[in-house]
Design a protein around this ligand. Structure first.
Ligand code: PHE
Length: 446
């Protein structure tokens, strides 16, 4: 199988696919919801710091591992002589599978909002429609199954063309639509308060809430950059020598962060205008606010339909890469055909998603954010930083068109990233225990 592995037709093919993977529900749904839940600007500063100091260097470790090994995330370690480290690849594949289960439920909500925009179903009660109608129950399961079926069908058919084409359309359209909505949002009542909430961090708040902000910020950075799930390892394994990993990584990080920031410029003003407390919206934040906006806007049905169709494209292109991770592991390690692997794994993942469609999504999300993603990124960075070491810097420099501070990067990967993640893990476990009622309150950094 490895002899006839796919590769990207062009350098932009990789960048497009990686951006397609990164830009998704994480930016438009998850980012505003995490920001709202964690106090607005206080979260935003920590999150941006984490993207730069942990997310970007960690993304380069996945690129280095993928391109050097030319293997799927589980076999990548063994191929470079680190057989025991396969566990890290296994956690990554598990994380991809776990996340797809609830990602697909949210994808189902998006499909429902496409329909609901076209028919105006939520226009009379945009604030209650989400929680009372869309979020949970048998219908939510049905829409989740439809979303998963689409993803399975695309992955079963092989992905390269589809991903590249849909990303070329999706990224520019999502940026244009979000900019238009953000401009409209400046006219809303309460916009100044919304900007203050979103953009003026108060350091005392940051300090007081660091124990909960940090794990969420790290989890959000990994989720939105598609790290810790093997997706970037897989995509980089199809890369040739003449690509510049630091430049490609920089483009992906900047574009992806921009889309998330833009979503905040749309969602927070609408929340304030609707009089909804940003911390209270939970997983419904994006749907309630966007629904509220389309219900008021002229040509709201048309605009809403277009917007949610574009969001659906973004969600599908991310979900494809999530399923592709486990499918590539299965196909390269068993006698299964691609179709069979996609059908079986997608089906099993659909079943795992059912509890999320019945109201348990927050728990699945927290396990992914606070446990699986940090663990898996930690494994990859320790391996690349301490085991690959000089090979890693050589790989980073190979084909780099710009001067690469690879030694500085290596030390970031060896020290800063693991320390950050280690702290996150401890805090994350603490917050899971608090959530489960084992601990009554946080003790560390409290
Ligand atoms: N980054 C994607 C998003 O923000 C989610 C994702 C993670 C997709 C990992 C693929 C792999 O929606």
């Amino acid at each position: 199988m490895t002899s006839d592995r796919a590769s990207w037709a062009s350098r932009v093919g990789f960048v497009f696919a990686a951006v397609g993977s990164a830009v998704g529900l994480g930016n438009v749904w998850q980012f505003p919801f995490q920001t709202g839940q964690n106090g607005g600007a206080a979260f935003l500063v920590v999150y941006l710091g984490v993207v730069l100091a942990i997310g970007f260097p960690a993304m380069l470790t996945e690129f280095v591992l993928g391109r050097r090994s030319q293997r799927n995330p589980v076999d990548a370690f063994a191929a470079l002589g680190g057989g025991r480290w396969r566990v890290a690849g296994g956690i990554a594949a598990l994380a991809a599978f776990w996340i797809l289960s609830f990602y697909s439920v949210v994808g189902g909500w998006v499909i429902r909002y496409v329909v609901g925009s076209a028919t105006g179903a939520y226009f009379d009660a945009p604030t209650t429609y989400f929680s009372e109608v869309a979020a949970t129950g048998p219908d939510a399961v049905a829409f989740h199954l439809v979303f998963m079926a689409v993803v399975v069908a695309i992955v079963a058919g092989g992905v390269e063309d589809g991903i590249e084409r849909s990303t070329k359309l999706m990224v520019p359209s999502i940026v244009v639509l979000l900019v238009a909505l953000a401009v409209w949002a400046t006219t809303l009542e309460g916009v100044d308060a919304a900007y203050a909430y979103y953009l003026s961090p108060d350091l005392a708040t940051v300090r007081a809430n660091l124990a909960s902000i940090l794990p969420s910020a790290v989890g959000q950075a990994f989720f939105t950059l598609s790290l810790g799930m093997g997706a970037m390892i897989t995509y980089a394994s199809y890369l040739g020598e003449d690509d510049s990993l630091p430049v490609d990584g920089g483009v992906i990080v900047v574009l992806n962060t921009l889309v998330g920031l833009l979503a905040g410029f749309v969602i927070f003003p609408i929340l304030f205008a609707l009089g909804v407390d940003p911390g209270s919206g939970g997983a419904g934040t994006a749907f309630v606010t966007l629904g509220g906006a389309f219900a008021q806007l002229p040509a709201g049905r048309l605009l809403g339909t277009v917007f949610f169709v574009v969001l659906l494209l973004a969600a599908v292109s991310s979900a494809i890469s999530l399923l592709e991770v486990t499918v590539s592991v299965a196909v390269e390690n068993t006698a299964w055909s691609r179709r069979r692997a996609a059908g079986t794994l997608g089906g099993a993942c659909a079943v795992l998603g059912v509890p999320s469609a019945f109201g348990h999504l927050a728990w699945f999300n927290a396990v992914a954010y606070e446990l699986l993603l940090p663990l898996s990124v930690l494994g990859v960075t320790l391996y690349v930083g301490w085991v690959l070491a000089d090979d890693a810097t050589a790989e980073l420099e190979r084909g780099a068109s710009v001067a690469t501070p690879s030694t500085a990067w290596l030390w970031f990967v060896r020290l800063v990233v693991p320390v950050g993640i280690g702290l996150t893990l401890v805090l994350g476990v603490q917050s899971l225990l608090v959530r489960a009622g084992v601990l009554t309150e946080a003790v560390l950094l409290a």
